[in-house]
Design a protein around this ligand. Structure first.
Ligand code: CTP
Ligand code: MG
Length: 474
């Protein structure tokens, strides 16, 4: 199909598909056929009996679930058990659910890549356009940009010598002075092509002198802001690594979303490039922090490399990007800390981190001496000579540290007089600009938190008040 036809017909089809699947899930769950509906009185009787066999135990945060259950079962068989998370944990999970990419949004991202692939194929038959970054690494928030990678590596691998009938076809590539020049030339023609003929591609900018050259454009039909790069295979591998970290423990994504949301609410991050911390850097900081817990919640990259098989071996441009790809072979963490505790400890940890001396290194899971003088140093896990937060200024780092200390203090206070008499509590107090207002160095008028964060706070507040009526802590 010509790109324009797919563009016209597909988005609607995707939406219908999703709806159809949802409907079928729905009917499977409700089991509309041969269902037995219980009478009101039956439910009451059952629940009352259940209650008589149930105990509620208040236990400390750090308890190991397994050991605790083993201990209790010495006193009698346990037919079922539930761990109530703390109420702040619920807030963090709600935030994740509200902001994470939906199924249809994810499909639309892959579809957009596929449409751009059709355009690029005019020049490079058999190329692939693959999404990377937060669209695929599990940390994407609704509205995040769509990072695309034009993969030319497959070209020529299997089809270098195409035979058609009695003829042999051979592609030859012109030599250019360097990889970088080749990348710039490729992106330059694709940029032109998208600008003139790309259906729905507007505002095309060729940013070819950047460290990683790219073409930026808006894709009108999907509404995505797109960044197209090529010769950027390492970023694809780093997306896979982040995906693994986000998938091996359910606390990781909730904590990353919360920290990103907190940073956005306080204008620590911005959609405009500049001296601010990026979401990618924040994610690395959370991963590093979780590697430093005792016992660790996340393994180091070096450890993931030791688990790798021969088929996982991956060297890109001389950089060793090998790590285990089968996440089922990574043992779950023994650490049972709650999100509430982790959030507080995250702020403590980075509120007191020696940023002037140390570099954040997720490969070794240990801070290392800083190899250069940038205020914030986070080692790129694969291109180890690069600092992913080179752009961050001293004043932006200081703002991050001050806000982290302030937030740790607020959570500490909450612990002391919880449930507080304030209307806002828990996560809500951390997201409101009023936190920063009270700080001496931020005299500037703060922008109000985005409308979406406000709405979210409303939902967090109402659902947490509900919860607080039903459950008491752990
Ligand atoms: N990347 C990198 N080094 C950087 C910046 C980015 O390796 N200094 C790679 C990372 O794999 C990152 C991807 O490029 O995930 C996309 O970058 P970016 O769009 O800035 O970050 P995202 O992770 O996509 O987060 P966001 O939701 O803010 O777009
Ligand atoms: Mg991105």
């Amino acid at each position: 199909l010509h790109p324009i036809h797919r563009l016209l017909s597909c988005p609607g089809t995707v939406a219908t598909d999703v709806r159809r699947e949802e409907q079928s899930f729905g009917s499977a769950e409700t089991g509309s056929e041969d269902r037995t509906l219980k009478r009101f009185s039956e439910v009451q009787k059952e629940r009352r009996e259940q209650a008589q066999r149930t105990v509620l135990i208040h236990c400390p945060n750090k308890i190991s679930e397994k050991k605790f259950l083993k201990y209790l079962s010495q006193h009698g068989p346990i037919s079922n058990h539930f761990f109530y998370e703390s109420i702040i944990d619920d807030q963090l999970n709600i935030l994740l659910k509200e902001f994470q990419l939906t199924e249809e949004n994810t499909r639309l991202r892959y579809l957009t890549c596929s449409l751009i692939e059709d355009v690029a194929a005019a020049y490079f038959p058999d190329c692939a356009v693959r999404p990377f970054g937060s669209s695929v690494n599990g940390f994407g928030k609704l509205g995040c940009d769509l990072d695309m990678f034009l993969d030319l590596d497959e070209i020529g691998k299997s089809d270098a010598h195409k035979t058609s009938g009695n003829f042999l076809m051979e592609f030859q590539v012109k030599n250019v002075a360097s990889e970088r020049i080749a990348t710039q030339k490729i992106l330059s023609v694709i940029g032109e092509c998208l600008d003139h003929f790309g259906p729905g591609c507007v505002g095309v900018q060729k940013i070819l002198n950047a460290r990683c050259p790219l073409v930026r454009f808006s894709h009108q039909a999907s509404g995505f802001q797109c960044d197209l790069t090529t010769n950027n295979r390492i970023a694809l591998k780093s997306s896979e690594l982040l995906y693994i970290y986000g998938a091996v423990d359910p606390r990781v994504r909730a904590l990353v979303f919360t920290i990103r949301c907190w940073a956005r609410a306080h204008s620590l991050t911005s959609s405009i490039p500049g001296a601010w911390i990026t979401n990618f850097s924040l994610t690395m900081m959370v991963i590093f922090f979780l590697q430093r817990r005792s016992p660790p919640i996340l393994p180091t990259l070096d450890y993931l490399k030791t688990l790798a098989d021969a088929e996982d071996k991956c060297i890109i441009e001389g950089h060793n990007c090998t790590f285990i790809c089968d996440l089922n072979r990574i043992k779950p963490s023994e650490n049972a800390e709650t999100l509430e505790l982790l959030l507080k400890e995250f702020f403590e940890f980075f509120g007191n981190f020696s940023f002037n001396k140390n570099s954040i290194n997720i490969r070794q899971g240990k801070e290392q001496n800083k190899p250069e003088s940038s205020p914030l140093h986070i080692q790129n896990p694969f291109e180890t000579s690069l600092n992913i937060s080179k752009n961050v200024s001293q004043s932006q780092l200081q703002k991050f540290v001050d806000l982290a200390r302030e937030s740790a203090w607020i959570l500490e206070q909450e612990d002391k007089d919880h449930p507080s008499s304030n209307q806002l509590w828990g996560l809500a107090t951390l997201l409101l600009p009023s936190v920063a207002k009270s700080m001496s160095h931020t005299k500037k008028k703060k922008k109000p938190a985005s409308e979406r964060i406000k709405n979210l706070l409303e939902s967090i507040r109402s659902s947490s008040t509900e919860n607080s009526k039903n459950t008491v802590g752990k």
